[in-house]
Ligand binder design. Structure first.
Ligand code: ADP
Ligand code: GLC
Length: 436
């Protein structure tokens, strides 16, 4: 490896340019950290419609052919701090509402094409910059095809000695598509060259990436173990075959982004030596959400994608679930921010009208996510599984005590009874017992 290794990171999210969940936090945090250690790391992601970035220059990358599709590609360059970011501009694929779909529970029908194009564009951008990375580092299934392309002779000639890493942030999302869509992505040649794209008859972009990279990392040690069993969601055999190349590395968080001592989203700042500001954050949060301003009430915060993984059934599915059971409990209040599955959004909104002590905001709101983390006493994360989890890290950073499932990265980062309270699995009765 050279003195200053060059790493091209392919990602579908990067805060503050675009973020849906923790992937958007973890990738730029890792990249910034590598940069300060002298690595020539650069991020590459799609130029979605919602991207918020100052473009410092823009250039044509040329034409990209994927099966029968042909796109003109531009590359818009931006920065996150000192970190170079290349935004792949293909309006036909990315200039529309939503990163993965118009809603969190609805995928764009051409996601295979959209993200295969991202992988292919990564090489085209490097070539156009005359930049030969030592490592292509892809994140999640969206980068899966990148590992295959380098099997092709033209790529091997242009990128000699290139190594591939894939990081699994969530094995529950694999990028599975019908093998009929095969032709549309134009990766047939790399399959002929020995890069298998299918698993059990379907195209599987995460399996493709895992099978064909030099090293696999995932976001906690516990999760590296868990995905070799039932939490591998049908990839456990593949993961076991590759376990000598698998490394569990717990995510860090960006302490500049998440610092209660100078967080601009908060009504007052504080740190562990001067906690008065946290009291003000709680009062102001109660006011902002229309909850009675009362310091004696224990305030439980939830900030989450409202999807199966996050234990939303235990929270809100029926009258025996956690939130209906806490409804109008005079001892506590609940502040919820999230978006995702429609039934859950509706159910939460109903609870917020029926229960004086439950406030709900449906949507995505960075500022409010910080204010809930700061203003709450407890932070609830009843995840079914959690590869790492950044929310419990920010909760601990902001002095809000995590009450969460002992799974994946939560189990690796929260010490039960010391820095939080853990339950073994997210059943409503167990969660309620732990809260009480
Ligand atoms: P995941 O990546 O599975 O969603 P993590 O705990 O790793 O879970 O990270 C979630 C990140 O997304 C956190 O930074 C959290 O604050 C943020 N987040 C989740 N939902 C929302 C929302 N509705 N508005 C703002 N931020 C959100
Ligand atoms: C995924 C996981 C989450 C993890 C994040 C960043 O979205 O669900 O647990 O913290 O990626 O790695």
């Amino acid at each position: 490896m050279p003195d200053r290794p060059a790493v091209c990171m392919i990602t579908s999210e990067a805060h503050p340019i675009i973020k849906v969940g923790g992937l958007g936090d973890a990738v730029p945090a890792l990249a910034k950290s590598l940069l300060t250690q002298g690595v020539d790391v650069r991020l590459l992601l799609p130029h979605y419609r919602e991207v918020q970035a100052e473009i410092i220059c823009s250039q044509d990358v040329g034409e990209l052919q994927l099966g029968a599709h042909r796109f003109s590609v531009r590359m818009n360059e931006s920065r996150i701090g000192a970190l170079p970011v290349y935004l792949i501009d293909i309006p036909e694929l990315y200039d529309r509402p939503g990163v993965y779909g118009p809603r969190l529970d609805e995928a764009h029908p051409d996601n295979l094409l959209r993200f295969a194009a991202l992988s292919k564009a990564a090489y085209a951008v490097c070539k156009s910059l005359n930049w030969i990375p030592d490592i292509m580092h892809g994140h999640d299934w969206q980068s899966g095809p990148a590992a295959c392309l380098s099997r092709l002779p033209e790529y091997q000639a242009a990128f000699p000695g290139l190594r591939h890493i894939i990081t699994i942030h969530n094995i529950g999302y694999q990028g599975v598509f019908s093998s009929r869509e095969y032709a549309s992505i134009g990766l047939g040649e790399s399959e002929t060259a020995g890069c298998k794209l299918t698993l059990n008859g379907d195209l599987n972009m995460l399996a493709t990436g895992i099978s064909h990279c030099d090293a696999i990392t995932t976001v906690s040690q516990r999760y590296a173990q868990e995905i070799q069993g039932p939490l591998g969601y049908n990839l456990e055999n593949l993961i076991r075959q590759r376990k000598n190349q698998l490394f569990g590395i717990t995510n860090g968080m960006d302490y500049d982004e998440w610092n209660p001592a100078d967080d601009v989203f908060l009504p007052a700042n504080y740190d562990s030596n001067k906690m008065q500001g946290k009291k003000i954050c709680k009062q102001e949060l109660q006011k902002e959400l229309g909850l009675p301003q009362d310091d004696e009430k224990m305030l439980i915060g939830i900030v989450s994608r409202l999807v199966y993984q996050k234990g939303i059934h235990a929270l809100a599915e029926n009258s025996e679930s956690v939130l209906p059971k806490l409804c109008n409990d005079p001892r506590l209040q609940v502040a919820i921010l999230g978006s995702g599955e429609h039934w859950c959004e509706k159910q939460l909104q109903k609870l917020s009208t029926e229960c004086d002590n439950i406030a709900v905001r449906i949507g995505y709101d960075t500022g409010l996510s910080h204010r809930i983390t700061a203003g709450s006493d407890l932070f609830l994360m009843p995840s079914i599984y959690e590869p790492c989890g950044l929310s419990q890290l920010s909760a601990m950073r902001y002095g809000s005590i995590p009450v969460a499932t002992a799974t994946g990265g939560i189990a690796d980062t929260v010490q039960d009874g010391i820095s939080g309270f853990l339950f073994p699995s997210p059943q409503a009765s167990t969660i309620l017992k732990t809260i009480h």
